[in-house]
Design a protein around this ligand. Structure first.
Ligand SMILES: *Cc1c(COP(=O)(O)O)cnc(C)c1O
Length: 456
């Protein structure tokens, strides 16, 4: 067997060089993709090509089709950038290539993920005895938490879903706020729980606790309540403490979707937004949003390890004490997977407690600055209370708002997502990138001014 490094070095060297070019280009590159006509495809090559040449061809061919998502001027959907320590750790994770399903097989990556999990529980103020699983994103983190919930509420009703499935099971009631994220519905669909029952939301999109109490009182049987920390459009938080109290009084399991909003708990200034969070039973969040680790990385946290491990462990009938740390594969849907918790460890190790708090505070501050800048533009209306990282803005009629959105995307100076909220077409800003600075804010507001002029 020949030495390995000489076989890898040319391709990895080229990859490092292309990475440097990409990161440098982000400062001035238009935010939108430059082209949607890309030179890939054609017939499958008949034979091999040198790996370094493949890397060059890939980087050159894809460049026009890349969105400047890691740019400080990108505010679309809810999309984080990559913190330097996290990106470097992600590269190493790929190089180490550890299939991190079992503690015995990959003690290194499992120890790092254990440490990352414990730090997350500490930072977010969640029970230290909770189980943490690293999944692909918040969709799967919601799925994971809700699978544990389904397992437990049915067990409490005397039904073993592992053995008997859902056919003939008592119906599981799932109550959600009217403005929950659509992926919660997806997760419930994957779990065979059907369409959830919506509880009213207020003008900021927060679940109304009186309505939840009424809905809980109107039914019975196994029940799951889903709360939201961080509304996509307003950034608002459901009143978690009150909702948990009401839900638990009715014996319900409480799951919190905090894909980006859970991170408010890591900031002493913003922590009050998630008051009562630790009282829930399961939580979903993303590391690839607010924490700025590369895709794909979500985190599922479940207060009762036995519920989670019964849902996902391969020896589901093994009902021992669950006192040990368990294997990673008992806490997530996947068996084989990359060690996606390693970049989380690196981000947390690099930022420290104060660095994470600063990161979250700064995102919220930039959102405030963007809202103030937009409010100074003729005809702009800020539609939400800017309490966190999200800003929703309209420019008069739906038709005009859409024209401004199109002009803005064509301009390329920034990217804000078109959306529809509470009956209106809007543009939505999500500040989720650690690198967004005041210059990015100023340049983005200028781009919106140009788009408003262009839209007439
Ligand atoms: C982004 C988001 C999700 C889905 O997360 P993915 O990481 O895209 O799977 C779920 N809930 C909320 C509130 C979100 O913002």
């Amino acid at each position: 067997m020949t030495a390995r490094w000489p076989q890898f070095e040319p391709a990895l060297g080229r990859a490092t060089e292309h990475t440097r070019e990409w990161l440098e280009a982000l400062h001035d590159r238009p935010v939108h993709p430059k082209s949607r006509e890309l030179a890939f495809g054609g017939p499958l090559p008949d034979g091999p090509t040198d790996p370094a040449l493949v890397v060059d061809e890939l980087a050159a061919g894809i460049e026009p089709g890349l969105m400047s998502m890691p740019s400080g001027r990108f505010f679309g959907w809810v999309i984080g950038g990559s913190h330097p320590a996290a990106l470097a750790a992600d590269w190493l994770t790929a190089a180490w290539d550890q299939n991190s399903a079992m503690r015995y097989a990959t003690p290194g990556t499992v120890a790092v993920e254990d440490a990352a999990g414990a730090w997350l529980l500490d930072l977010l103020g969640l029970p230290t005895t909770a189980d943490v699983g690293f999944v692909t994103g918040a969709t799967m983190a919601n799925f994971t938490g809700l699978a544990a919930a389904r397992q437990q509420v049915l067990a409490d009703a005397g039904w073993d879903v592992n053995r008997d499935g859902l056919s003939g099971a008592p119906r599981v009631r799932v109550l959600v706020g009217e403005e929950r994220h659509g992926t919660l519905d997806l997760a419930l669909r994957y779990l065979g729980l059907g369409v959830p029952q919506a509880v009213a939301a207020d003008a900021q999109g927060r679940l109304v606790v009186d309505d939840l109490a009424r809905a809980l009182g109107d039914g019975s049987g196994p029940t799951i309540v889903c709360l939201q920390a961080g509304n996509l459009h307003s950034g608002a938080f459901d009143p978690i403490a009150d909702a948990v109290e009401v839900a638990h009084a009715h014996g319900a399991w409480v799951h919190v979707d905090g894909a980006f909003g859970l991170w408010a708990a890591a900031s002493p200034r913003l922590r009050d937004l998630v008051r009562g969070l630790e009282g829930a039973d399961s939580w979903a969040t993303d590391a690839h949003k607010t924490l700025n680790v590369p895709y794909d990385c979500g985190v599922a946290i479940v207060a009762r390890p036995e519920s989670l491990r019964r849902a996902f462990g391969m020896q589901a009938e093994y009902f021992a004490a669950f006192a040990d740390e368990g294997d990673p594969q008992e806490k997530v849907p996947e068996l084989s997977r990359r060690a996606r918790g390693v970049p989380v460890w690196a981000a947390l190790r690099s930022l420290g407690r104060s660095g994470v708090a600063d990161l979250v505070d700064r995102l919220a501050l930039r959102a405030r600055q963007i809202a103030d800048g937009l409010a100074g533009i003729e005809g702009a209306e800020i539609l939400n209370d800017v309490v966190f990282t999200q800003v929703s803005v309209a420019f008069g009629s739906d038709e005009r708002t859409r024209r401004v959105g199109e002009a803005l995307i064509a301009d390329g100076g920034t990217w804000m997502s078109g959306s529809h909220w509470q009956g209106r077409d809007i543009l939505r800003v999500s500040v989720s990138n650690w690198s967004t600075d005041e210059e990015d804010v100023a340049r983005s507001i200028e781009a919106v001014r140009r788009a408003v002029s262009a839209a007439g």
